[in-house]
Design a binder for this molecule. Structure first.
Ligand code: ARG
Length: 267
C-alpha cells in the first residue's frame, strides 16, 4: 500500500443484472448486457488502480445482483464499519457477505437496530470533518443520530426529494473540504439551504448531467472519475484544476448507479 493513497473495495460484476425493481432507473424490460457490464467494470477498475492505492475486490454472490454497488456495504470509519441495514429485502442478504469480508480485514462492526435503515457510504459523505447524510428513500435520519453520537462528529442530515436521486451519492459529491458538486432539485428546500450554507463552493450541476449521474463521482485528490458526456460539469471541474476521467458506465446506470456506487473507500 502506498502512503496517502486511498484504498477501495469493489465487487466483481459476474452476478450483476437487473433482476428486480427498487428504484426508478431499474426496468426489467431493460436488462443489462453481461459482457458489456464486465468490460465497463474492468475499465473503471483499471482507472482506479492507476489513481488509488489498493483496490480490494470482494467475491460476488449469486442471487445478489446489486452487490456490485459496494458503496452500500456500510460506512467505514477508521477500523470500524457501520454495517448497512438495507431497506429492501432484495439487498438485505448482502450484509452477511460484507460483514464477513470486513471482519476478516479486522474491522469492528457496528450494527443498527432492526427498524433503522442505513445504506452506507451511498448516503453518507464527508466534506472535511462533517458528515453529510441523506435520508428518506433508503436511510433513516435516526441512523445519522446514532453515528453522530457514537463518533462524536457533526452530521448534517439532508432530506432527499426526488426518487431518481434516492441515495445522497447520486446528487452530491464532495471534492475537497470546501467544494462539492450537487443537483439542487434533488433536495428539499431546507436541505438545499443547509448545503449552500455549509459548503463554501457549491457547484450546481445541470439536470441533464445530474441524470447522467455526474454527481456519482469518485474523487481521488485532484482526479475525478465520472460517466461519459458531462461537458458542463467537466468545464467547472477543469476550471478548478481537476483532471476528469470519463468512462462509460451505461450498463450500471440501468440499475441506478455509476462510478462512485461501484466503489467504497476504506481506511
Ligand atoms: N440498484 C441499486 C439500488 O437500488 C443501485 C445502488 C446504487 N448505489 C448508490 N450508492 N447510489 O440499491
Amino acid at each position: 500500500m502506498q502512503q496517502n493513497r486511498p484504498e477501495f473495495l469493489m465487487c466483481s460484476p459476474e452476478h450483476y443484472g437487473i433482476r428486480y425493481v427498487i428504484n426508478p432507473w431499474m426496468k426489467l424490460s431493460q436488462p443489462s448486457d453481461p459482457q458489456r457490464s464486465c468490460t465497463q467494470w474492468n475499465a473503471l477498475h483499471e482507472i482506479l488502480q492507476e489513481l488509488a492505492g489498493t483496490i480490494h475486490v470482494i467475491a460476488p454472490a449469486s442471487g445478489l445482483p446489486d452487490m456490485v454497488f459496494t458503496a452500500n456495504a456500510g460506512l467505514p470509519l477508521g477500523e470500524r464499519l457501520y454495517l448497512s441495514r438495507f431497506r429492501h429485502e432484495q439487498r438485505q442478504p448482502e450484509s452477511r457477505h460484507f460483514r464477513r469480508w470486513f471482519e476478516a480485514q479486522g474491522f469492528d462492526m457496528v450494527e443498527f437496530p432492526g427498524d433503522v435503515y442505513f445504506e452506507g457510504a451511498g448516503d453518507a459523505l464527508f466534506l472535511g470533518s462533517t458528515l453529510f447524510a441523506g435520508y428518506r428513500y433508503r436511510s433513516d435520519i435516526r441512523a445519522h443520530t446514532l453515528i453522530a453520537e457514537r463518533q462524536g462528529i457533526q452530521v448534517l442530515s439532508l432530506e432527499l426529494a426526488d426518487r431518481r436521486f434516492y441515495h445522497l451519492d447520486t446528487c452530491f459529491a464532495p471534492l475537497n473540504s470546501e467544494s462539492a458538486l450537487y443537483y439542487p432539485k434533488a433536495f428539499d428546500p431546507y436541505a438545499r439551504q443547509v448545503i449552500e450554507a455549509n459548503v463554501e463552493d457549491p457547484i450546481a450541476v445541470p439536470a441533464e448531467e445530474a441524470l447522467r449521474f455526474v454527481c456519482n463521482a469518485v474523487v481521488i485528490g485532484r482526479d475525478v472519475v465520472i460517466h461519459r458526456d458531462c461537458p458542463r460539469t467537466r468545464k467547472a471541474l477543469d476550471a478548478r484544476g481537476y483532471t476528469v476521467h470519463e468512462t462509460d458506465l451505461s450498463e450500471f446506470i440501468k440499475a441506478g448507479g455509476s462510478a462512485k456506487c461501484l466503489t467504497l473507500q476504506i481506511r
